[in-house]
Design a binder for this molecule. Structure first.
Ligand code: TRP
Length: 331
């Protein structure tokens, strides 16, 4: 079976944009491939998180992905730092990662510009660590967004370089995997662009938001003073609301409000009320699971231990083989 792998940065809570983007597709993929999903807590050290924050964030991410439907029985769901062999493979890969190519990586240059007082070596070698994540399970496919394509290209370079250096067809060359049509872009509520956590207060609806918060955010979504001519085209903010409606509600409801827009009788308040209830209806079971799981320490640690065990079984095998290929021998 094909091996699919993805890393999840432990930053912030899941919002509807994440859900209809990657998360829902991760959930589906569990039935189709041998999936590895891990929380990239080693990577997050580049920004020097406080010890207490680090653990809390990892836990929250684990809880939210479980609540959204990742199944620890179907997939290998683990915390990156529980697979310490990742760090060893990272070390090996770094020996064949060159300064020049690392310095040219766009995300590195951006980070260096954004945090000039913390341009650490971990930031520079971020692609080696990501390559270690991928190669340690010999993954074939990696679902990544545009921003990660260059990193994946580096992984391919490192894998090929290793294979060539040791004259062995050892690492499969991983391919980027795009969800294509399945990737639904959810617009934000501020009238422009897509939903994102960094776009400002109220732009994103989180899976953990309670109904009151959701209603408030939707009612405050940006609109205009309404259409004045029949069938006029929709400005971006209005188009965004309709897109949300299309994602969250039924075709009937969409057509109902669309018709009202076209004959200029629409009241945005009604549309928003309807939309808010649809969102609440959708997120409420997930939010309840988040609350439940968040309080179930025992279950969460069981999931983390199971994931660590499965990840180690796969990861240790690779690292032992790599050690042998490199030429380490025990006395
Ligand atoms: N760099 C990825 C991101 O920023 C997270 C990540 C770490 C990752 N290791 C990975 C993604 C391995 C895919 C495969 O989102």
């Amino acid at each position: 079976m094909e091996i699919v792998l993805s890393g999840i940065r432990p930053t912030g809570n899941l919002h509807l944009g994440n859900y209809f983007g990657a998360v829902r597709n991760f959930v589906k993929m569990q039935d189709e491939a041998n999936c590895f999903f891990f929380i990239a807590d080693y990577h997050s050290l580049t920004t020097h998180p406080k010890p207490d924050d680090l653990h809390a964030r990892v836990k929250q991410v684990l809880v939210e992905y479980l609540a959204a439907g990742l199944d620890p029985e179907k997939s290998t769901l683990y915390v990156q730092s529980d697979l310490q062999e990742t760090a060893e493979l990272y070390l090996f890969l770094n020996m064949n990662a060159y300064m020049g190519e690392l310095e040219r990586v766009t995300t590195f240059k951006e980070k260096a510009r954004k945090q000039p007082d913390n341009v650490n070596a971990g930031l520079l070698t971020y692609p080696s660590l990501m390559a270690a994540d991928i190669l340690i399970h010999k993954a074939h496919k990696v679902p990544v967004g545009k921003d990660q394509e260059q990193h994946l290209e580096m992984t391919r370079t490192f894998a090929r370089r290793f294979n060539r250096m040791y004259q062995e067809d050892y690492f499969p060359i991983p391919q980027a995997f795009n969800f294509g049509e399945e990737l639904v872009k959810v617009p934000g509520l501020d009238g422009s662009g897509k939903m994102g956590k960094s776009e400002g207060e109220g732009n994103a609806i989180f899976l953990s938001d309670d109904p009151k918060t959701i209603r408030k955010k939707v009612m405050r979504a940006v609109t205009d003073s309404g259409p004045t001519e029949p069938n006029q085209s929709k400005p971006e903010a209005i188009e965004n609301l309709f897109t949300m409606l299309r994602i969250m509600s039924t075709p009937d409801a969409y057509n109902f409000f669309d018709e009202q827009y076209n004959n200029c009788t629409i009241r945005y308040g009604d549309l928003k009320k309807h939309l808010a209830e649809e969102i609440v209806h959708f997120t409420d079971p997930i939010r309840n699971r988040i609350l439940e799981l968040g309080n179930n320490e025992q279950y969460i640690s069981k999931v983390a231990r199971l994931g660590a065990e499965k990840a180690r079984e796969s990861g240790r095998k690779t690292v032992n083989e790599v050690r042998e290929i490199i030429g380490f021998k025990s006395f």
